[in-house]
Design a protein around this ligand. Structure first.
Ligand code: PSU
Ligand code: MN
Length: 300
């Protein structure tokens, strides 16, 4: 057993007895939303899983411990404490050594979920290749993790703050399957369409589970992206969004924001500029992803 890993009793019991478990991330709590929307979203995501008979495992690094299944107090802490490290693969060993907290990104959460034996993970959106990456080399570690760690990530696609075309090219190069749930198009987070196709379209959670089972049976390493478009009634207006994203990107550029600060900066600015509309859409797409992830985990 991994000496740095703490699995909450409910999660450990579920894993031992074959009750389905879905992983949830914590960067979305510390850096994805402002308080109290962040903790509301975290609690509601867990509730949606429990309602489906699936045990939620919200993952973070707590005082250096890789923790699978946060308590309410811990969620509150990650939602309110200032300056919590955004933890991706490169950060994890140092946080463990220094006994510090870390809010895990998609990459960090995948890695820890795999250590715990959890195969399905629901989030909002994945990181990707940033616009202008040909100069900045800003490519999210999420994509690299997807190429090496065997966890299926259910998401609403990637935001158009990113270069979605290049993100999909990168995933293709690294052999990561991108499956569209009831869609031919890779969704763009707040909106259902991006103009870019998925590799394969599937209509049911059973079909996704069958694909994941075959992938495991073939010992094909690496994860998979399950792209679930935001429910129609919660979709934002693409034209309004385009203006907002352009302003947010220009501000980030003008203020010299770079590295791991880029994504949280853009998310916060989009939430401000849309007057909370994007926050509501973001919450709803997370719940919708958790619902689909629970169905897949239950079949698996
Ligand atoms: N996209 C969102 N909300 C988020 C993130 C991405 O819509 O909260 C977070 C996820 O945790 C993701 C991380 O793994 O940002 C990617 O950060 P970066 O672009 O620095 O790799
Ligand atoms: Mn980056």
């Amino acid at each position: 057993m991994n000496v740095h890993l703490d699995i909450a009793p409910l999660v450990a019991e579920a894993l031992a007895t074959g009750v389905p478990v879905v992983a949830l991330e914590s960067t979305i709590i510390s850096h994805g939303f402002a308080y109290p929307a962040n903790v509301e979203c975290a609690y509601e995501a867990q509730r949606v899983a429990l309602e489906a008979g699936v045990v939620p495992a919200t993952i973070a690094i707590v005082g250096g411990r890789l923790t699978v299944g946060l308590t309410d107090e811990q969620i509150e802490h990650f939602g309110t404490a200032p300056g919590i490290t955004k933890a991706s693969r490169r950060d994890i060993a140092m946080l463990a050594a220094r006994e510090m907290d870390g809010a895990t990104t998609v990459a960090g959460t995948m890695l820890i979920a795999a250590m715990a034996g959890i195969r399905v993970f629901a989030t909002g959106g994945i990181g990707g290749v940033h616009r202008g990456a040909e100069k900045t080399f800003d490519i999210s570690a999420d994509l690299v993790e997807l190429s090496r760690t065997d966890v299926a990530v259910v998401c609403a696609g990637a935001k158009s703050i990113l270069d979605i075309g290049l993100t999909l090219e990168y995933l293709e190069t690294h052999g990561v399957p991108v499956i569209g749930y009831c869609t031919d198009e890779f969704p763009a987070f707040y909106t259902r369409s991006s103009g870019f196709g998925v590799d394969e379209r599937v209509e049911t959670a059973e079909d996704i589970a069958a694909f994941l089972r075959a992938k495991r049976g073939l010992a094909l390493s690496g994860g998979a992206v399950v792209a679930n478009p935001i429910p129609v009634q919660h979709e934002l207006d693409p034209q309004m969004l385009e203006g907002v994203i352009d302003s947010a990107l220009a501000e980030a550029d003008a203020q010299g924001v770079h590295g791991k600060d880029v994504t949280p900066f853009l998310l916060a600015r989009i939430h401000e500029l849309t007057g909370g509309a994007s926050e509501e859409a973001n919450k709803q797409l997370v719940y919708s992803n958790v619902r689909l992830a629970t169905e897949i985990a239950a079949v698996l």
